[in-house]
Design a protein around this ligand. Structure first.
Ligand code: 5AD
Length: 458
């Protein structure tokens, strides 16, 4: 049977989509190649959120066409995902070596299309149609692949990602996602719970619920019940699963943090004290231009409520610098919000104009040199605050879930605290999959070092 290599760009949703496609192909008898040089099929699962991500994937495909294709003319080359969705056939017009373009609602058709192409029944396939029910198709897992498609030696999957919805109706003025992922569509609660149960039966201890805006989950399908939104109803249902240790989710929207979600942190012990809440800017004027639907005060109010319930909450965020019209005063507001929010970490992005989005044609686009300079200043502040958070953990005892060998040093183990800090320590294979306490003895850059022996001698 043919072998396939999938390279993924972009977010965790893309990683999850790639995993589901890989699992679909494995179920059909394909093998997963360890590198593109050994593969019969090479798929690039693409990201459109910033121009750089698109350019990387296009450049990669051009290289594959020039190198791999030249030596092995029968290799099948394909684009999947967000850029495939938004550019469609145009991708084949610019890169004629591409055989397959699969949009974000057609991942489940990949195996069929590849079969047809490999059998010589079809030459090129472009499928970027919308499909009802496609949100429920991202459900297959690579049982021992630990979420990746890199085909490393099999290791036990301790953590898993579960896609609960697709699409976005928020239409932030900078963002291409509503055009690449389509309208918001949610899976049914029993369907999601069944998938989670199956994962837990296979040894998974931690599940991260995924979607473009998870806090909007199911709002058209499940009415508010006892003051609980559909998303909180889903959290309750997943929380019931015996053997599941931890629940995370990403990404929420700040407007989704009603009291029901804040209270869920107090009520549900498996819901760990960690939240990635994208703020995007600290300036009310810019937030309005972005169409975010909250003010800085409301955002800070949400963090205060969460910290009132869980003081050790690890809060991370996304921030865009250089949105059109951002003045030095607006940027100063972002710096001051960053200080006030005391984020554990923040992803700082340089604004990138996206086709068809309102912001791309707004006046007063910020020059690159200014964006670069603000990006560096904000990153320095984010790193300083992050360092303080990590340093403050030294000397504390933390509960970690042990995930497996450390990515940096395979002789050591790696786990994660409830507030989502990585902890590296010397442990034994039997610790993998365990929830255990460690004493934090040292902090590095966004990494902690722990000693399990002090508190846990088993
Ligand atoms: N330019 C820069 N960053 C962007 N993001 C989304 N769209 C853009 C854009 N046009 C960032 C946001 C979002 C994260 C996933 O990517 O911060 O939360």
């Amino acid at each position: 049977m043919p072998s396939v290599y999938i390279k993924t760009y972009g977010c965790q949703m893309n990683e999850r989509d790639s995993e589901a496609v890989a699992a679909q192909l494995v179920a059909k008898g394909y093998t997963l190649a360890t590198s593109e040089n050994a593969a019969d099929v090479i798929l690039l699962n693409t990201c459109s959120v910033r121009d750089m991500a698109e350019r990387k994937a296009v450049g990669k495909m051009a290289n594959l066409a020039a190198d791999v294709r030249k030596n092995r003319p029968n290799v099948v080359l394909g684009f999947m995902g967000c850029m495939a969705q938004s550019r469609g056939k145009e991708l084949i017009d610019t890169l004629p070596d591409v055989d397959l373009v699969i949009g974000t609602q057609k991942f489940h058709r990949t195996a069929d299309y590849l079969d047809e192409i490999l059998a010589g029944k079809r030459d090129k396939v472009v499928d970027v149609e919308a499909e009802r029910g496609s949100e429920a198709e991202i459900r297959q897992h690579l049982l021992f692949g630990n979420g990746g498609t890199s085909s490393e030696s099999p290791k036990r999957a301790i953590t898993a990602f579960v896609s609960i919805m697709q699409g976005c109706n928020q239409y932030c003025t900078f963002c291409i996602v509503p055009y690449t992922r389509g309208e918001e569509r949610s899976r049914a609660i029993p369907d999601i719970v069944a998938e989670c149960q199956q994962l837990v039966a296979q040894g998974v201890k931690e599940i991260t619920l995924l979607g473009q805006i998870v806090t909007s989950y199911g709002r058209r399908d499940y009415p508010v019940q006892d003051g609980k939104s559909a998303f909180v109803q889903l959290l309750d249902a997943v929380h019931e699963i015996e053997g599941l240790e931890r629940i995370r989710f990403t990404s929420p929207h700040p407007k989704g943090y009603g009291d029901d979600l804040v209270e869920a942190y107090a009520r549900l012990p498996k819901l760990v004290e960690s939240a990635h809440i994208p703020v995007q800017s600290g300036s009310d004027r810019i937030l309005k231009l972005m169409h975010r639907g909250y003010t800085r005060e409301r955002f800070l109010g949400i963090l205060a409520k969460l910290r009132a319930v869980k003081p050790g909450m690890g809060i991370t965020t996304d921030i865009i610098v250089g949105f059109p019209g951002e003045t030095e005063e607006d940027f100063a507001q972002t710096l001051s919000l960053t200080r006030a929010a005391r984020f554990q970490n923040a992803y700082v992005f340089k604004y990138s104009p996206r086709r068809d989005t309102p912001a791309a044609t707004m006046p007063d686009q910020v020059p690159d040199t200014v964006i670069e300079e603000r990006h560096a200043r904000l990153l320095e502040l984010v790193n300083d605050i992050g360092r303080e958070h990590y340093a403050a953990s030294v000397g504390t005892r933390q509960q970690i879930l042990v995930e497996g060998p450390s990515h940096k040093n395979a002789a050591r183990l790696q786990g994660r605290t409830r507030c989502n800090k990585i902890v590296i320590f010397d442990g034994a294979a039997r610790h993998v999959g365990q929830v255990m306490d460690v004493q934090i003895i040292r902090a590095g850059t966004f990494t902690l070092y722990g000693d399990p022996a002090i508190v846990n001698l088993n």
